[in-house]
Design a protein around this ligand. Structure first.
Ligand SMILES: Nc1nc2c(c(=O)[nH]1)N[C@H]1C(S)=C(S)[C@@H](COP(=O)(O)O)O[C@H]1N2
Ligand SMILES: [Mo]
Length: 523
């Protein structure tokens, strides 16, 4: 009872209650910011904008560390860490408010200011985007003040005062919970719009005119029973790499592409303009420059789209433009060598479909770029809305990853990967070794394998469907019981033999012969 009397005299909330009130206040701010952003413009969620800013401002070693340590869950790790930090700042704001209510409010205002700054400095900023962070800040400060006030008025338990502190906290939590639900609800509505738009596009693709269709791949194009991939990767299994913390939710009807810069005629294309043209469909193997030797950041799909070269010819591309600078809705940007895109046989696409459907949201719906033979980071802009013909010499037009130390041009390196055996012990007799090899737009000519640095043995290749896609290979090695190391190397159709020299993915893609160790069991 003594403790309580002291508390009353100085009108302070117990520490845990004060901390909890601060936490509720910042959660309310997050929820309101996210909700208003969902209603006005998804890009303006202050929480995600801060996340984007962290990604944008992280020095290259930090980005690499995150990618290498957390892989594709790096986004989840970042957002969770931010949530924890913001929650702790909220608790601190609540505690500071015990002494002087304004101190906590200032801290929350500073947090809100950070959100507003992140939104304001985002590459896709529009004035309306400041509404969400402003609403978040007001909600946070308002909730802190209100709950603090209610908490002071309330008694420690219902018996003593009219309202108990417990009920203030419960009420506050319920309000925050409702806000989170509303925010999720708005998100779901927006998601439903995109799903409806995708369904419509899939139907349009079925009824479209095609100048070229991908043939059904022959059974001999792959032998998945050996542990190598199927020739086409399903959309669900297709690897995904991007810096987007939130998948853009642009409906096809709202999409526009601006083609401008060093062109004679600036073009603005709608989705109807694209889907109304004769479409082409072709299999292409996409590869990420971050793929380590033996890695799985590689997949193949039948992409449907419009030749990018045709669009640029219509725009009257100036010969001096050596870089196509593309941007996406969420702020990614990269530069692609014009010379590659303009090769008549290259087959670079503005893609609108993937394996017979509209692009999945995470693979760039409604429109992305795909350029056979170039790593994704310099060519495969998802959610693309702007293509500017410019030069590599322009100091203000540097690709996102080029700015972070990766190579300017990103030709895919000729590589092989070993998929089988993967277990550490295999039965004796002839050991089947199998895998994939790729040299997009050049084509694979040969794959060789060797055991224990012995002589190279030529592997059997799967049927070739296109030089723009991977090929599978298999070989039988007669190996005695004991431990063995098998290596592989690919030769492409230009005669180039995959180098033994080991290189890290940064700056221009991993190299080196893949190698697996395993034990052959005795008789
Ligand atoms: N908008 C956007 N497009 C992007 C990226 C990105 O971060 N944002 N990443 C690129 C990289 S590094 C790769 S490897 C490919 C991956 O495409 P996928 O996720 O469809 O496999 O997308 C490219 N396009
Ligand atoms: Mo990538």
């Amino acid at each position: 009872m003594v403790g309580q009397r002291v508390e009353r005299a100085t009108a302070r909330l117990p520490r845990p209650v004060a901390a909890m009130i601060g936490v509720l206040a910042v959660w309310a701010a997050l929820g309101v910011g996210h909700l208003v952003a969902g209603l006005l413009s998804a890009a303006s969620s202050p929480f995600l904008a801060v996340g984007d800013a962290v990604v944008r401002l992280s020095p290259q070693p930090v980005t690499e560390f995150a990618k290498n340590t957390f892989g594709t869950s790096d986004k989840l790790v970042l957002l969770s860490a931010m949530f924890v930090v913001i929650t702790l700042v909220g608790a601190l704001a609540g505690l500071l408010s015990r002494e002087r209510p304004n101190t906590g409010a200032w801290l929350i205002a500073a947090l809100g200011g950070l959100g507003a700054l992140a939104v304001y400095t985002s590459p896709m900023f529009a004035d309306l985007d400041l509404v969400a962070p402003a609403a978040a800040m007001l909600a946070g400060i308002g909730a802190l003040r209100r709950l603090h006030h209610l908490g002071l008025r309330a008694g420690p338990s219902a018996a003593e005062g009219g309202v108990s502190r417990r009920s203030v906290l419960v009420g506050g939590s319920a309000a925050v919970g409702l806000g989170a639900l509303a925010s999720a609800g708005v998100g779901a509505l927006v998601g439903r719009d995109v799903q409806a738009s995708r369904a419509e596009v899939t139907a349009q693709l079925a009824g479209a005119t095609y100048a070229e269709r991908a043939a059904q791949a022959p059974a001999a194009a792959a032998f998945p029973q050996l542990g190598t991939p199927t020739y086409l990767t399903s959309n669900a299994d297709f690897y995904r790499i991007d810096t987007a913390l939130r998948i853009p939710t642009l409906a096809a009807a709202d999409w526009q592409l601006r083609v401008h810069g060093m062109v004679e005629r600036e073009l603005t294309l709608s989705f109807a303009d694209l889907v109304g043209r004769p479409l082409v469909e072709r299999p292409i193997t996409l590869t990420c420059v971050s793929n380590p030797v033996g890695g799985d950041l590689i997949s193949t799909a039948n992409f449907i789209g419009v030749p990018l070269r045709d669009i640029l010819l219509e725009a009257g591309l100036e010969p001096a433009a050596d870089q196509l600078f593309s941007r996406s809705t969420e702020g990614f940007f990269t530069g692609t060598p014009t010379s590659v895109v303009m090769e008549p046989q290259r087959g670079a696409l503005l893609a609108i479909g993937m394996n017979g459907e509209a692009l999945p949201p995470e693979h760039g719906f409604p429109v992305r770029m795909v350029v056979p033979g170039l790593y994704g980071y310099v060519s495969a802009t998802k959610w693309v809305v702007d293509i500017e013909a410019t030069t590599f010499a322009d100091p203000l037009r540097k690709g996102f990853w080029f700015e972070r130390g990766w190579s300017r041009l990103g030709p895919i390196k000729t590589m092989a990967r070993i998929d089988t055996p993967r277990g550490s012990t295999v039965p004796g007799g002839a050991v089947t070794v199998a895998g994939i090899a790729w040299a997009q737009h050049t084509g694979i000519a040969k794959v060789e394998v060797r055991a224990d640095a012995g002589p190279w043995q030529t592997a059997t290749l799967s049927a070739e469907v296109s030089v723009d896609t991977w090929r599978m290979w298999r070989a039988e090695l007669a190996l005695p019981p004991g431990s063995h190391t098998v290596e592989a190397r690919a030769t492409d159709k230009s005669g180039y033999v995959q180098t033994e020299l080991q290189a890290d993915p940064i700056p221009s893609g991993a190299s080196g012969w893949p190698s697996v160790g395993f034990t052959v069991s005795g008789a």
